[in-house]
Ligand binder design. Structure first.
Ligand SMILES: C[S@@+](CC[C@H](N)C(=O)[O-])C[C@H]1O[C@@H](n2cnc3c(N)ncnc32)[C@H](O)[C@@H]1O
Length: 311
């Protein structure tokens, strides 16, 4: 079993950047404090990755940390492109958008990518979907200043019409009509997962789709091999495997959603490969307001079979 296969451990990227949750100002991170947390899990791979980061008087150097985080996200974006990931996101978004329209929602639909990182998903959507024609607005929000600073830089270079905000995607001025996320749900565990889902209860939020790894028998070996093969940065290799270890089962996601977000019909989309019992690497926690449920299923068309029971 790889050293990073312990779901109780925090991910390195969550430890090496810290922001004041109120002001969002960056705060110093002491390398020794990070190492002590990792030492308690006796994870040599993580210790080695953190030791490589430069510090100044014991404080991790922001610019070096930022460079590492961006390198890691560029690697992740390349992978997402190879797997046509954004196409899969649009597959469910399109059905949700159509369900809203068929139910008489004629205003602009604001689609927010919560924890958007460097903005791969909103940028792909802006590049591929005729947003204006369809009355859509694509936005990305992230609490992490490093990731969110890079997103508008890339969007501007690519001349894309999407917006990015540094902040909490659940704050009233940023909240979306449809909320999506990738690789975020597993960062919330136990009661925190339920609290995360409870925060969707804004009246204007009509659907949410949280894409994340799915745990399964071969995931430890599979994710380790895959990250060795495709990732170059030590932290990406470590955190990628740990993310798979921390992934929530269908049952955990659905139970938390039904307790935390009872105003939505919730279930999991895309847990199995076609009609086989083989699990997909990624699955999606789907939540949709009840009056939209039937039309959403209808709009999924031949993909409706991928949608589990919505309740
Ligand atoms: C592992 S990253 C995922 C990044 C990106 N989605 C990707 O796949 O590359 C999780 C991100 O979620 C952000 N996040 C968590 N809760 C958030 C919230 N309520 N609002 C905005 N960002 C949030 C964190 O700051 C972090 O950058």
């Amino acid at each position: 079993m790889p050293a990073s296969w312990n779901p109780e451990q925090p991910e390195i990227t969550d430890l090496i950047v810290r922001h004041n949750p109120r002001t969002l100002q960056r705060e110093p991170v002491y390398k020794q404090e990070v190492l002590e947390i990792i030492h308690s899990f006796q994870n040599q791979q993580a210790i080695h990755a953190v030791e490589q980061l430069p510090d100044w008087d014991g404080v991790l150097v922001h610019t070096a940390v930022d460079r590492t985080i961006l390198a890691l996200h560029w690697e992740m974006q390349r992978l997402a492109e190879e797997f046509y990931y954004a196409h899969r996101v649009w597959e469910v978004l399109r059905a949700a958008v159509m369900a809203l329209r068929k139910n008489g929602f004629l205003q602009k639909i604001r689609i927010v990518d919560l924890g958007c990182g460097v903005g791969d998903t909103p940028r792909w959507l802006a590049a591929s979907i005729r947003a204006k024609e369809q009355g859509l607005e694509f936005a990305g929000v992230d609490l992490n200043a490093t990731r969110i600073r890079e997103a508008p830089r890339l969007a501007e270079a690519e001349r894309l019409d999407c917006k990015f905000f540094h902040g909490d995607a659940f704050s009233p001025q940023l909240v979306g009509n449809i909320v999506v996320s990738t690789g975020v749900a597993h960062h919330f565990r136990g009661a925190e997962l339920e609290d995360f889902l409870r925060r969707h209860q804004y009246e204007q939020t009509l659907a949410f789709f949280h894409f994340d790894f799915q745990p399964w028998l071969l995931a430890p070996v599979g994710s380790w091999f895959f990250h060795r093969l495709r990732m170059r940065t030590a932290i990406a290799r470590h955190d990628g495997v740990l993310s798979a270890a921390r992934a929530h089962t269908v049952e955990t996601l659905v139970e938390a959603a039904r307790k935390g977000a009872p105003g939505f019909a919730t279930g999991v989309y895309g847990a199995r490969i076609w009609n086989t019992s083989a699990p997909r690497v990624f699955h999606t926690l789907a939540g949709i307001r009840r009056p939209l449920m039937a039309e959403f299923r209808e709009q999924l068309g031949r993909r409706a079979g991928r949608l589990g029971e919505l309740q």
